[in-house]
Design a protein around this ligand. Structure first.
Ligand code: DL6
Length: 823
């Protein structure tokens, strides 16, 4: 008889079955008859985790013994999504795991649904970090992702009376089977106090920081496995703690509250993710968070280096550190501090190492999202770092003065310290000066970085600037999200190899005109639309019809993303139906999803408007179900996975020049949605890839936007000159959507008519025309399906594997190190 496979590592159905039962018993202390769905989920998670850990240990051994060059990805956010389904796919045991569960009479779908996703990010930037962790492991590139283990992630969104209500996200409540606490990997993190000068043993003048407060950061490790490989990388998230759990001096003199105060203050630092996709001005806790995680991470990198390679002179050969936006830019000053003050290096050498270690990715052009911190706050919280930043600035500006002779205005513009008004530290400038490579996240964005916000820096160091267009993980956004489509692609490509080599999707093109294949393609889309319809019926109390065109806009709610432009189109369609009940409308479901920052009044009002419009239209018998409007509550990774497969049309309608890249645009298109979009962010490259004839383009491009703004933009002219536009805005103001309240939406409509910073009115007419074209094309089902197939087929370039390959080759100079399969 066959030898039995070990239950902790075996991959067969039988081994997995035994592992579920054992894990339920030995870890959960439960047995089948009394186990809750959550117990069963935990048992499945531990079953997957055992297999992860075995591969992780082998990876770590290889990386350690070979002194592997390692990427450290520094990101304040990781929007990972549920682990279980993805881990099983990456292990290649989804099917076996499902069958094992079924043999045990478990409903595997319910088991998967039990997982509470770690929402440790706001949106695009955090999700990108998660896709990149997935691709780093898949490509076999040794990497550590460093970040914060927020106790409360992004809030859960409920919709009550049409308004967004935020509910705290207690994701750790039921335990987290995917992480390993590392109580021995912890580092002190200091704040406040003063600095003092002293002479070291060699008589050299040195500085030391005498802090006012010391806390500590403890590591929690989550293994990240690649697809079709045994490579596992590490996501190391830091939790803040008091250095001593109780202040015994205070305790002994009877000050019980004082004694626990320090503990609470320390724990506060990693307590909550700031739910804003832009930095919140002056939030001291946010600066504390940023410093907290970069300090732990830099200390950890130094520890690892000393334990493996040895002398710190070679630090930048062992490590390259990627700054995911400016949130971790303080790492530059922290590495300098550690090298200068703790490891007693001289400035030149420390700066050389630091500069060769860091690279910086910019993710935004929006002026309000460019981080700056008041010098006064810095001085109070991080006095030593301010001194270091001043010194970096001095060396840097000396260089600028020599290069751009007598150009004081340029010196002031480039300084790390902004002097207009309150003095502030400019984090993007620190990031550029301290990095040897700077990249934007789509071609247009990188071009605008070079020619607008960082133009002076590009003049000085053109060789430092480059582009890496974002990508997304096909494992997460096809295989996990859309298993039916995944199976069809595997059939066409002869296996699952396409999920590591997305260019293979091209093979779909051969079938684009085949009516039988088209019918299968449509079946898959309709099945996903049915699933979403069912979900929305129970969760959002709205009835859609899968035969309608599913038109979806899912992303953060923000004026620059122009959800209101979409709403104006819905209102126009509604008015057409009301004016002429026989008007030939292509039936559509308009579906929205997205969270608004809790303090962003206009965005929250936009959510209310969408729901208010939905309420009226969905209940108007004159509409008779021709159009429907739905708002998906709580757009997160898990729910996004229901949306992308079900979309016929993807709305990517930001004002040109505002969306750095967008990644939702890629996820939709990979799942066969056609895009209606502007020439913004990665839309431009998607359109080029899928073919202009397979993309619904509208609106001004970035150059036209800049020209209009320079000429002076007057939105009210559009309002007066376009009677349909006027009628749509007036309908909002009429109170029809607000039970007669004519003032509720005024802040939105007044802003549009009088200021319209994102030029909604200027693009309104072009958008309507493009939407009419969409409706016409959708009626020709063979044509639409062909376009849909071609969209998916041509999305190979937008895999995060391609993006990581580019980073590795051009920016990090790091080669893959594949872990050999066991035995
Ligand atoms: O690069 C990831 C993602 C882009 O796709 C979006 O276009 C961009 O808006 C987003 N940026 C941020 C800004 N955060 N900050 N600072 O989330 O990055």
């Amino acid at each position: 008889c066959e030898p039995r496979e070990p239950t902790r590592t075996g991959m067969s159905k039988e081994a997995l079955k035994q592992a579920y039962i054992d894990n339920l018993f030995f870890i959960q202390g439960r047995f089948r008859e009394v186990a809750t769905p959550h117990d069963l989920y935990m048992a499945a998670a531990y079953t997957a985790r055992d297999r992860l850990l075995e591969r992780w240990v082998r990876s770590a051994q290889l990386f350690k013994s070979s002194h592997a060059r390692t990427v450290c990805y520094l990101s304040a956010e990781y929007l990972l999504g549920p682990h279980l389904a993805k881990t099983l796919i990456n292990l290649g045991i989804s099917q076996a795991a499902r069958e094992a569960a079924e043999d045990l009479e478990l409903d595997f779908t319910t088991v998967l649904e039990e997982e509470e996703e770690p929402g440790l990010g706001n949106g695009g930037l955090g999700r990108l970090a998660a896709c990149y962790m997935d691709s780093l492991a898949t490509l076999g590139i040794p990497a550590i992702g460093y970040g914060i283990r927020y106790e409360f992630g992004i809030f859960d969104q409920r919709i009550e009376d049409g308004w967004q209500v935020e509910v705290s996200d207690n994701w750790l409540r039921n335990g987290n089977p995917w992480e390993i606490p590392r109580p021995k990997i912890c580092f002190p993190v200091c704040y406040g106090g003063d600095t003092e000068r002293y002479r070291d043993a060699d008589g050299q003048w040195r500085t030391r920081w005498v802090p006012a407060m010391v806390i500590q950061g403890m590591a929690y490790d989550t293994p990240i496995l690649g697809f079709g490989t045994d490579n596992v990388n590490l996501l190391r998230l830091w939790k803040s703690e008091a250095a001593e759990s109780l202040d015994f001096q205070a305790f002994n003199i009877g000050d019980y509250y004082g004694a626990v105060h320090a503990k609470i203050e320390a724990e506060t630092i990693s307590k909550i993710l700031y739910p804003n996709d832009e930095p919140e001005a002056g939030k001291e806790l946010r600066l504390k968070q940023q410093y907290f995680f970069v300090s732990c991470s830099m200390q950890d990198m130094i520890r690892l280096h000393l334990n493996t390679v040895g002398p710190l002179e070679q630090f930048d050969q062992k490590f390259v550190a990627q700054l995911n936006d400016t949130h971790p830019a303080l790492a530059i000053a922290e590495l300098m501090r550690l090298l200068l003050d703790e490891h007693l290096m001289d400035w030149e050498q420390a700066w050389g190492i630091t500069h060769r270690t860091f690279c910086y990715t910019n993710h935004t052009l929006l002026p309000e999202a460019l981080e700056t911190w008041p010098v006064a706050l810095f001085e109070r919280l991080l006095p030593r770092h301010l001194e270091i930043i001043y010194e970096i600035n001095q060396h840097f500006l000396d260089q600028v003065r020599v290069r751009f002779f007598a150009d004081d205005a340029r010196v002031a513009r480039m300084s790390l310290i902004g002097e207009d008004g309150e003095r502030r530290v400019r984090m993007a400038h620190l990031a550029v000066v301290g990095s040897h490579q700077v990249n934007g996240v789509a071609e247009l964005h990188s071009e605008l970085v070079r020619t607008t916000i960082l133009r002076d820096f590009h003049d000085l160091w053109p060789e430092r600037f480059t582009n890496v267009t974002n990508g997304v993980s096909p494992r997460r956004f096809i295989m996990v999200s859309n298993p039916r489509l995944g199976r069809l692609i595997s059939e066409v490509c002869g296996g699952t190899g396409w999920a590591r080599d997305l260019e293979q999707l091209r093979r779909l093109e051969e079938h684009a005109d085949d009516p039988a294949f088209q019918a299968r393609w449509r079946e898959i889309k309709t099945a996903a639309k049915r699933d979403l319809t069912e979900w929305l019926r129970t969760r959002a109390d709205v009835d859609l019809d899968p035969a309608q065109l599913f038109d979806i806009q899912a992303k953060r709610i923000h004026e620059y993303k122009r959800q209101h432009l979409n709403v104006l189109h819905i209102i126009r369609t509604y008015q057409r139906i009301k004016q002429d009940p026989n008007h030939d409308i292509t039936p559509r479901a308009f579906i929205f999803g997205g969270k608004a920052a809790p303090g962003y009044f206009t965005a929250k009002l936009l959510i209310k408007l969408i729901n208010a419009v939905a309420e009226v239209i969905n209940h108007d018998p004159a509409v008779n179900g021709t159009i429907r409007v739905a708002f998906m509550p709580d757009f997160n990774v898990k729910n996004a996975q229901r949306l992308y497969p079900a979309a016929d049309l993807s709305e990517q309608i930001s004002l040109a020049g505002k969306e750095a890249s967008g990644t939702g645009n890629m996820k939709f298109s990979m799942n066969g949605a056609l895009t209606i979009g502007t020439l913004d962010g990665a839309n431009i490259e998607i359109r080029r890839a899928v073919g202009a004839e397979n993309f619904f383009l509208f609106g001004m491009d970035a150059a036209a936007v800049a020209r209009r703004q320079a000429e002076g933009y007057h939105p009210w002219e559009h309002y007066h000159d376009d009677p349909e536009l006027r009628a749509d805005i007036d309908l909002i103001n009429s109170g029809l959507f607000s039970h007669g309240d004519t003032s509720l939406f005024r802040p939105l409509t007044d802003q549009l008519i009088n200021h319209d910073p994102f030029m909604v009115l200027a693009d309104y007419r072009a958008y309507l025309e493009a939407q009419d074209h969409v409706s016409d094309v959708y009626r020709d089902s063979a044509r639409w399906t062909r376009m849909s197939i071609l969209n998916a087929a041509r999305m190979g370039r937008f895999s995060s594997d391609r993006a990581i390959h580019e980073y590795a080759e051009r920016i990090w100079k790091i080669a893959p190190m594949p872990v050999e399969p066991d035995g």
